[in-house]
Ligand binder design. Structure first.
Ligand SMILES: Cc1cc2nc3c(=O)[nH]c(=O)nc-3n(C[C@H](O)[C@H](O)[C@H](O)COP(=O)(O)OP(=O)(O)OC[C@H]3O[C@@H](n4cnc5c(N)ncnc54)[C@H](O)[C@@H]3O)c2cc1C
Length: 419
């Protein structure tokens, strides 16, 4: 492997995983073409990497495969004012996902996920800092920490989260209601306590940051083709072929970084990977972003608010319902009600957005080669943390493509676990 140099790479998807991987490959001197049906520089580009809450959350090791949450799921599903919702017409298509989810909803799997998320999350901010040295982040990134608040209703879950983070050595500072209000005086005191992750950062414009990284990729010689990729395959001579409606593109290696839409490709490749989506929503309250100075998340409601350049972005809820069901007005109303519960002074909202978190039922991403096609590399399934993990995914996946050695244990992120 020592003198090996990959000759060309095609990447499907210009979300944050695709552009960060493209940038790292170009830096290694490997020619790269990124494909996306939307141009990342256009206003119509609105995937998950555009509309997320903008948190860089290296501390967020615990995911939703937790026994304490499992018991609350039925209650949450039947409440119209809860953080979790289901599109009932989609349930039959998610049965396999639910099966794996239940299998992974125990203490052992929860800790396996937490430890292996921690392995990559703990490297995530440094990986971004390296990129930030090369792009203009003026007005795009803020370092004021991130606050979570809660009521005393679910203290068992809160205590579990605090304990696991302590065990993993994650810095966290508990706050009384009074201390939260000293930091964010406009909040309605409907919560009992909170926590701040002081070293956490947030994006004031995730799309703005993605555009800067993409422009750097192009400046360094990367190529972009706007088209819908229909299929990917590895030929008998190990070349990879991407096909659009009209064209065929050949590369030595290809990367599937198509977020929640990656499953169409893994199905084509004959791998049974239970990737699905947790749908999430946002709205903007324009001109009202100064009401808070940093992101505030209300854990009881599964919702948060981030001050952004577009306005105060209220973001949240998990809706299970695939990528084809239309936006749910009820979920938008839920996000607005939650925002006004914490900030009753908010006025009218704009920009109703639905996005797709790409989620595997054990809440670990897949980073690594396809089991059946070694030249096709997967980089998807980053669920609630794909924004945080973009830069480190770029480093890891470009290293895999380039055949480099790593000290990281990448086996937990292999698609083998589902096959
Ligand atoms: C409401 C919400 C809030 C979130 N908040 C946060 C947060 O605060 N912090 C955090 O870390 N994460 C957050 N996330 C998660 C994060 O946004 C995602 O995990 C991440 O953006 C996924 O990145 P990606 O590159 O894998 O996918 P995407 O951003 O979805 O990009 C995939 C790209 O692939 C393209 N594509 C797909 N199929 C094809 C095809 N056939 N041909 C060509 N192109 C194709 C799409 O057009 C798209 O541009 C949030 C997500 C949501 C929905």
């Amino acid at each position: 492997m020592e003198n090996y140099k990959c000759k060309s790479v095609g990447i499907i998807g210009s979300g944050i995983q695709g552009v960060c991987t493209g940038l790292q490959l170009i830096k290694k001197g490997i020619p790269v073409t990124i494909f996306d049906r939307q141009d990342p520089l256009s206003q119509d580009f609105k995937p998950a990497s555009y509309g997320n809450a903008g948190h860089f959350s290296p501390y967020a090791v615990l995911q939703l495969n937790r026994p304490d949450i499992l018991f609350d799921v039925p209650k949450m599903l039947f409440s119209s004012y809860g953080p979790l919702a289901l599109k009932w017409n989609y349930v039959p298509k998610m049965i396999n996902w639910f099966f794996y989810y239940l299998k992974n909803c125990n203490k052992k799997s929860m800790m396996h996920t937490a430890k292996n998320m921690h392995q990559i999350l703990s490297l995530s901010n440094d990986a971004y800092e390296e990129i930030f040295q090369e792009i203009d982040t003026n007005g795009l990134v803020e370092k004021k920490g991130i606050i979570y608040v809660w009521t005393n209703k679910n203290l068992k879950s809160r205590n579990l989260e605090i304990k696991v983070r302590d065990e993993l050595g994650i810095k966290q500072k508990l706050l009384s209601q009074k201390e939260v209000l000293e930091l964010e005086p406009n909040l309605n005191p409907v919560f009992d306590a909170g926590i701040i992750y002081e070293s956490a950062m947030h994006a004031r414009d995730p799309h703005g940051i993605l555009k800067q990284i993409f422009k750097l990729f192009l400046k360094r010689g990367g190529k972009f083709i706007q088209t819908n990729i229909k299929s990917v395959e590895q030929s008998k001579n190990d070349e990879t072929i991407l096909r659009s409606e009209k064209e065929e593109y050949k590369f030595e290696k290809s990367v599937v970084a198509s977020g929640a839409f990656s499953k169409q490709f893994t199905d084509q490749l004959g791998e049974k990977i239970p990737l699905d989506t947790e749908r999430g929503y946002h709205v903007h309250f324009k001109g009202q972003e100064k009401l808070i100075s940093r992101p505030v998340i209300f854990l009881d409601r599964g919702f948060g608010m981030t001050p952004m350049n577009q306005g105060l972005r209220a973001v949240g809820t998990v809706e299970l319902g695939g990528t084809e069901n239309p936006l749910s007005k009820k979920r938008i109303d839920y996000v607005i009600r939650c925002a006004k519960e914490l900030l009753p002074q908010l006025g009218a909202h704009e920009d109703e957005w639905l996005g797709f978190r790409p989620t595997l039922p054990d809440f670990l991403p897949i980073l690594g080669p396809s089991l059946k096609n070694k030249n096709i590399i997967y980089a998807f399934g980053h669920q609630h943390l794909g924004w945080t993990l973009g830069a480190i995914t770029g480093k890891i996946v470009s290293g895999i493509v380039a055949g480099e050695k790593t000290n990281l244990d990448l086996s937990p992120y292999s698609s083998k676990r589902f096959n």
